[in-house]
Write a protein that binds this ligand. Structure first.
Ligand code: SF4
Length: 320
């Protein structure tokens, strides 16, 4: 597999003063192959969105390196870096309400990224019309304002704004979590179709594991700034190995209402600990139903289970 994106020990800390800092992303290494969709799951506060933003330069990196197409990207982006990389990497944001400027027309919003391109106004309008059509809206919507649209339609506008740049790689940061359940599948299907037609590589961040399994080739599970499990999406979803992934999948609602009624409800005990005071040893030890004495002393490493493509960070599977 050829890695388009590679993270090597990526870290993002936020200093709070008085020697305290939030370990939002705490040493993540992974690769995303060209054309692959990697799903990233975990509870709120696990650091998923911070990882996506640090990857794209929207946060400065505290340490570690992001490689794109084999080239190391800057630790801190300048305006020229954003311009240079905008046609290669884009982000689709979570909240279709706050991420669209209410004073701009939809046409202006979608065309914003084309400002630096040598295109006439009519060429830009034509590109906007094409993209409105590709995301299931119509050219006539270009003159309207974001408040005139539903949540699902606004997310389609956000998708058009990102993809009109014709990037190779897209970070989708919880693109469906602010939407009604009834429109979530439509937006995921749209993203999947655009991914296929454009040959995109994606990092798809979401809460809903069944949706992530549907759209992703591999699934990575993040807890308190660190990766705890990664592997083929269906294997991780149907046969989770890490105790955190096991409770996460067990507590994920079934999309089928009949199956959901029959399913024993499971919830994760306790709250995710503060990323300021990261516990010694396994970060999940305080909530883990299978905790052992070693878990509180030694940090488990992310190691292959049997195959190289299935990695788990848990003492239940560490070699003696
Ligand atoms: Fe649970 Fe120990 Fe595995 Fe952590 S290392 S997930 S505490 S069994």
């Amino acid at each position: 597999m050829t890695a388009l994106v590679k993270l090597d020990d990526l870290r993002k800390y936020f200093d709070l003063g008085r020697g305290q800092r939030v370990h939002a992303v705490d040493g993540i290494s992974l690769e995303i192959a060209e054309g692959e969709t990697l799903g990233l799951v975990g509870e709120s506060g696990s650091g998923k969105s911070t990882l996506g933003k640090a990857l794209l330069g929207l946060h400065d990196k505290s340490a570690g390196t992001v490689y794109y197409g084999g080239q190391a990207l800057p630790q801190r982006y300048k305006a020229a870096d954003f311009q240079r990389l905008a046609s290669r990497m884009q982000m689709i944001f979570q909240d279709p309400y706050s991420s669209l400027n209410p004073r701009m027309t939809v046409g202006e919003i979608i065309a914003e990224g084309l400002r630096g391109r040598k295109l006439s106004n009519s060429q830009k309008q034509q590109r906007v019309a094409e993209w409105l059509d590709r995301v299931g809206l119509s050219a006539g919507h270009a003159s309207r304002y974001p408040h005139e649209f539903s949540g699902g339609q606004r997310q389609r506008i956000g998708i058009a704004r990102a993809l009109i740049m014709e990037p190779e790689f897209v970070v989708c940061d919880e693109p469906i979590s602010a939407l009604d359940v009834s429109v979530q599948a439509q937006v995921v299907n749209l993203l999947n179709n655009l991914k296929q037609s454009m040959g995109l590589t994606m990092l798809f961040i979401a809460h809903d594991l069944s949706m992530v399994r549907y759209i992703s080739d591999r699934m990575a599970v993040m807890y308190l700034g660190a990766l705890v499990e990664i592997g083929p999406a269906s294997d991780v979803y149907f046969s989770p190995k890490h105790p955190y992934t096991q409770v996460l999948t067990a507590s994920n609602p079934e999309p089928d209402p009949e199956l959901e009624k029959q399913r024993a409800s499971t919830t994760i005990q306790g709250e995710i600990p503060s990323p300021v005071n990261v516990p010694t040893g396994c970060r999940f030890a305080g909530r883990c139903p299978k905790v052992m004495p070693v878990c509180r002393e030694v940090t488990p490493q992310l190691l292959p289970l049997v195959d190289e493509d299935r990695l788990v960070a848990c003492h239940l599977y560490q070699p003696e």
